[in-house]
Ligand binder design. Structure first.
Ligand code: HEM
Length: 460
C-alpha cells in the first residue's frame, strides 16, 4: 500500500526534528506536502497526518470499530495501567467511558465551581507583591489540588499531601523529552536502584499506588455506612457505586487505573492552558483590559455560573487553545478494517493522526493564524472538525467541560484580584512536556497591583 507523500529525510533526523522543533516541522511539512502527509520517525510506525476538516470529519464520524486507538497509546501504560480508558478499545472502552462520563456533565459541574475559585484564591495568597513567581508551577499546583478534590472529595491530610508530592515528582520525571526517553524506552527500563530513571519511576509509582489503594480500601469500608455515601459527591464515590450493564462494579485495579488517568490527564493539560491564557492576556494589554472590563460588568460578588457564560472570556479561552493547543494531535487511530479517508485508501495497521495544531493554523479558517485574536470566536462558529483542542468522535476528551470551566474560573479569579505583569515580555514558544506542549517552566510574572473593588486598582 502506498502512503501519502512526506519528508524524505532519514527517519532518525525526522525524530530529532519532531522533538526539537515540533511546530516548525509540522508547518514545513504542511507547506511542502499539503493537507495529508506521512511522517517517518525512528522507533515509530509511519504516521499519516491530516489537517483538512473534511478528513478530520471522516475520521471522527467513522464507525469506532474501524479503528483501534488504545493500542497506539502504549507509552502511557507504565503510568496509567492496562485498564486506563486511554489504553482501551472496543466494548471495554465504551463500557469504561460510560462509567466515567457522568461526573463530568450537567449539574455536577456546578459543584466544582466554588472549589476551583477557592483553590485559586488559596494559591494566590502565596504570591507576594513585587516578587516574581513561576506561572506554570503555580498553575500546576492549582489544577492538581482541584482534580484531587474533585476525584477524592478531599485534598488535605498526610495521604493527599504525599499523593500530590509523588504525582508531581513522577510527572516531572517523565516531563522532559530526554528524561521521558530514559524512562519509556523499553530497552532502558532497568531497575538500577532509586537513582536510575526507571528505578525512580518504579518507586514513585509504587508509593502512589499504595496511597490510592489505601484510599479505595477505606472508601469501600465506608460504603457499608449508607449515610456516608449519600453525603459524598466526589468521583471516587460515584465510581464505587457504578455498575456496568451486567451489574458488575469496578475492581480495585480498574479503579486505580481510572483514578490515575483522571489525575494525570486532568491536571498538566489544564495548567498549561491557563498559563497560556495568562501569558496572552498580559502580553497583549488590550486583550487583558477588555477582559477585565467584561468581568467588571458582574460587580464585586461574581457568581461562577455568570463568569462561565461571559462571551469574551470564552473567546479568550478558545483562542488560547487554538493558537497553541496543549495536545498537538488527537490520539492516533490505527486502521482495523480498510477505510477511505481524504480519497486515500488505508489498509489495516495504518496509523492515522488528526493534527490539531495544523488544523488550527489554516489560513482559510483562521486568517492571520499567528495572531492572537479572540474576536474570531465572537464573529463565527467553527465546526468540531475545524476547532478540535479536545479531539473528537468516540475518544473526545471526557474532561472537556471541566477543563473549560476551570480555565475560565482560574483566569477570572486571578484577573479580578490582581494586576500582573510578565517579567519578560518577549514572545514565548511552546516546549514539549511528554506528549503535551506547554509554556516554558521558566515563564515568570509579578503582582504589581491589587483590585480592591470592581473598578479600583490599588497600585503597589
Ligand atoms: C485544557 C485541558 C485539556 C485538553 C486540551 C485535553 C485534550 C485532550 C485530547 C486532545 C484528547 C484526545 C481526544 C481524541 O483523540 O479524540 C483527550 C482525551 C482524554 N482526556 Fe483530556 N484534555 C484536557 C483536560 C482533561 C481533563 C480535565 C480530564 C479529566 C479530568 C481529561 C481526561 C481525558 C481522558 C480520560 C481522555 C481519554 C478519552 C478516551 O480515550 O475515550 N482531560 N484530552
Amino acid at each position: 500500500m502506498k502512503l501519502p507523500d512526506g519528508p524524505k529525510a532519514p527517519s532518525f533526523l525526522q525524530l530529532l526534528q519532531a522533538i526539537a522543533y515540533p511546530l516548525e516541522r509540522l508547518e514545513a511539512c504542511a507547506k511542502r506536502y499539503g493537507d495529508t502527509f506521512t511522517s517517518r520517525t525512528t522507533g515509530f510506525p509511519p504516521l499519516v497526518i491530516f489537517s483538512h476538516p473534511q478528513a478530520i470529519q471522516e475520521i471522527f464520524t467513522a464507525d469506532p470499530n474501524q479503528f483501534d486507538s488504545g493500542k497506539g497509546m502504549g507509552v502511557f501504560q507504565p503510568t496509567l495501567g492496562d485498564n486506563s480508558l486511554i489504553l482501551l478499545d472496543g466494548d471495554r472502552h465504551l463500557r469504561q467511558r460510560r462509567l466515567l462520563m457522568p461526573p463530568f456533565h450537567g449539574e455536577r459541574m456546578r459543584a466544582y465551581s466554588n472549589l476551583i475559585c477557592e483553590t485559586t484564591e488559596t494559591a494566590m495568597n502565596q504570591w507576594t507583591v513585587g516578587e516574581p513567581f513561576f506561572v506554570l508551577p503555580s498553575m500546576l499546583d492549582i489544577s492538581l489540588r482541584v482534580i484531587l478534590q474533585a476525584v477524592f472529595g478531599i485534598n488535605e491530610g498526610e495521604r493527599f499531601q504525599q499523593l500530590r508530592q509523588f504525582l508531581r515528582s513522577l510527572l516531572d520525571l517523565t516531563g522532559s523529552p530526554l528524561r521521558s526517553s530514559l524512562v519509556f524506552i523499553r530497552s532502558l527500563q532497568r531497575d538500577l536502584g532509586p537513582w536510575s530513571p526507571w528505578g525512580r519511576f518504579l518507586r514513585l509509582r509504587h508509593q502512589i499506588d499504595e496511597l490510592i489503594y489505601a484510599e479505595i480500601r477505606q472508601r469501600r469500608a465506608e460504603m457499608l455506612n449508607v449515610a456516608s455515601v449519600h453525603s459524598r459527591e466526589d468521583i471516587l464515590t460515584l465510581l464505587l457505586a457504578a455498575r456496568d450493564e451486567a451489574g458488575e462494579p469496578m475492581t480495585d485495579v480498574e479503579l486505580r487505573d481510572e483514578l490515575m488517568t483522571l489525575l494525570v490527564a486532568g491536571h498538566e493539560t489544564t495548567a498549561a492552558a491557563v498559563t497560556w491564557a495568562l501569558h496572552w492576556t498580559h502580553r497583549l494589554p488590550e486583550v487583558g483590559e477588555k477582559l477585565i472590563q467584561e468581568l467588571n460588568t458582574l460587580g464585586c460578588e461574581k457568581d461562577p455560573t455568570a463568569i462561565a457564560r461571559l462571551p469574551y472570556l470564552n473567546a479568550v479561552c478558545q483562542e488560547t487553545l487554538r493558537i497553541y493547543p496543549v495536545a498537538l494531535f488527537a490520539f492516533t487511530r490505527i486502521v482495523r478494517t480498510p477505510i477511505e479517508i481524504a480519497s486515500y485508501q488505508f489498509e489495516p495497521g495504518t496509523v492515522l493522526a488528526p493534527c490539531i495544531y495544523l488544523t488550527h493554523q489554516r489560513e482559510d479558517l483562521y486568517p492571520e493564524p499567528k495572531r492572537f485574536k479572540p474576536e474570531r470566536f465572537l464573529e463565527r462558529q467553527f465546526s468540531p472538525y475545524e476547532y478540535l483542542p479536545f479531539g473528537g468522535g468516540n475518544r473526545r476528551c471526557i474532561g472537556m467541560a471541566f477543563a473549560q470551566l476551570e480555565m475560565k474560573l482560574v483566569l477570572a479569579t486571578i484577573l479580578s484580584h490582581f494586576h500582573l505583569k510578565l517579567v519578560d515580555n518577549r514572545p514565548v514558544k511552546p516546549v514539549r512536556r511528554a506528549v503535551l506542549t506547554a509554556p516554558p517552566r521558566g515563564m515568570q510574572m509579578v503582582v504589581t497591583g491589587v483590585h480592591r473593588s470592581q473598578n479600583a486598582l490599588i497600585p503597589v
